[in-house]
Design a protein around this ligand. Structure first.
Ligand SMILES: Cc1cc2nc3c(=O)[nH]c(=O)nc-3n(C[C@H](O)[C@H](O)[C@H](O)COP(=O)(O)OP(=O)(O)OC[C@H]3O[C@@H](n4cnc5c(N)ncnc54)[C@H](O)[C@@H]3O)c2cc1C
Length: 394
């Protein structure tokens, strides 16, 4: 019997498993795929999650294989206005006053490599959870290989379509957007057009989030198209979209691209008995602002110490209810509303009238006034909640 089985080898699952294993729990992580999935998704780790990565001993390596960056640019197509600022105002407030840009598969890979060094951790790829039942003593998982696995606790980190969540019979209330997001990785000289390393292009038709994601000059350009267009032919439409989106001279080379259906949805609870939900299995958001995995990482950073205290030190399991309530509240009250507001700002230019002007006033104040900037930059820190077990011990 394992102490904990983590279902899902995305970044949330691997980070949670690493924390638990480093704390001394016997952990098994099962992942349906034969390898870590490398579709183009999260690429930006806000400064606020770097303490949590540091605690796990993977911040430095993440920074080395990705890169640190501080600057932001908001480009308003309608007026040509450029609103720029950086994160230097955070110096003295945090040990790591910068963001790291790195594909989420690389972050998950880092955690996997560290897990491989621990005798109390095991990872099985090509192992899909099919069924889950629980009783007073533990949880039984049946896998696609017909195997039965048993653990005292289970963490469902198996993404938006979570089998764990479905097996628990939990609702996933919310809405699905009528637009499709298209995430493309490409080589193009955005710097020649003075784009910042994170550039938000604000426009009601060709809004985009454009971010440099690798030191070798690879960029991510994410834009939207009508979800009524056939998904199968999304690749054929990229050259026409790029005519509106790429500012630099010198053409482009497309590296990879993927279409995404986008939702704002949240599980009705993040704990049922001996099973916890974290990351996209618990909550999903449109990616504007980069709050999805940020919230998932904060789930993981407060879950692993709490679960480790329950498993290893006999702490009361009700601490996990507290964790579940905290994390659900953060998604509903902070992550989702802000991601919705950013989507409307970047991809719909807030309707173009007074509402746009009000939002731009806010951005201008942020660029001009360090106090406003610091206050607004703290938003990504407010997505964090402490481990209830560590609060109790303090
Ligand atoms: C275009 C785009 C850009 C984004 N950019 C950002 C960003 O910059 N910053 C940010 O914070 N967020 C961003 N996000 C959101 C981010 O990608 C997700 O929040 C993140 O993937 C969640 O990680 P996860 O580990 O919870 O789930 P996932 O990454 O979905 O991982 C789940 C894993 O579980 C496995 N699995 C599924 N079912 C089973 C099963 N039955 N048994 C075993 N394994 C199973 C899957 O194979 C998968 O490997 C972006 C999303 C998109 C689409």
């Amino acid at each position: 019997m394992y102490d904990v089985i983590v279902v899902g080898g995305g970044p949330t699952g691997f980070v949670t498993a690493l924390g638990l294993a480093q704390a001394g729990a016997d952990v098994l992580l099962i992942e349906a795929g034969e390898a870590i999935i490398d579709s183009p998704r999260a690429a930006v780790y806000h400064w606020s999650v770097l303490d949590g990565l540091e605690r796990l001993g993977i911040r430095e390596e993440a920074q080395r294989i990705g890169f640190a960056k501080r600057d932001y640019l908001w480009l308003v197509r309608k007026t040509g206005e450029r609103i720029a600022y950086d994160l230097s105002v955070l110096e003295g407030t945090t040990a790591f006053p910068y963001n790291i840009h790195l594909g989420q598969d690389r972050l998950a890979g880092l955690a996997r490599d560290r897990l491989a060094l621990l005798p109390n951790a095991e990872v099985r790829f090509g192992t899909r959870l099919r069924q889950l039942t629980q009783d007073a003593g533990g949880v039984t998982l049946t896998t696609s290989n017909g195997e039965e696995l048993r653990a005292r606790w289970v963490v469902g980190a198996d993404g938006a379509g979570s089998t764990v969540r479905k097996e628990l019979g939990l609702g996933f209330d919310g809405m699905t957007w009528p637009e499709r997001f298209v995430a493309t990785n490409l080589y193009h000289p955005f710097e020649s057009a003075d784009y910042g390393l994170s550039t938000m292009v604000i426009d009601d038709r060709w809004g985009a989030v454009i971010v440099k994601i690798a030191p070798d000059g690879l960029w991510r350009c994410t834009y939207m198209e009508d979800a009524a267009l056939p998904e199968a032919s999304f690749l054929d439409r990229i050259p026409a979209a790029y005519e509106h989106l790429l500012p630099g001279d010198g053409g482009y080379r497309l590296d990879r691209a993927a279409p995404y259906k986008m939702h704002q949805r949240c599980a009705e609870t993040f704990r049922k008995g001996r099973v916890l939900l974290a990351g996209d299995a618990a909550h999903v958001t449109n990616p504007t602002g980069g709050f999805g995995l940020t919230t998932g990482l904060f789930d993981a950073f407060s879950l692993w110490p709490t679960l480790a205290a329950v498993v290893l030190e006999g702490a009361v399991p009700t601490l996990l209810d507290r964790w579940a309530e905290d994390r659900r509240r953060i998604y509903l009250e902070r992550t989702s509303p802000q991601a919705v507001a950013y989507k409307r700002f970047v991809f719909h230019a807030n309707g173009g009238g007074a509402e746009l002007e009000a939002a731009l006033q806010g951005m201008r104040a942020m660029a001009a006034d360090p106090d406003v900037r610091l206050q607004r930059l703290m938003f990504v820190k407010s997505l964090e909640t402490p481990s209830p077990a560590e609060v109790q011990m303090a």
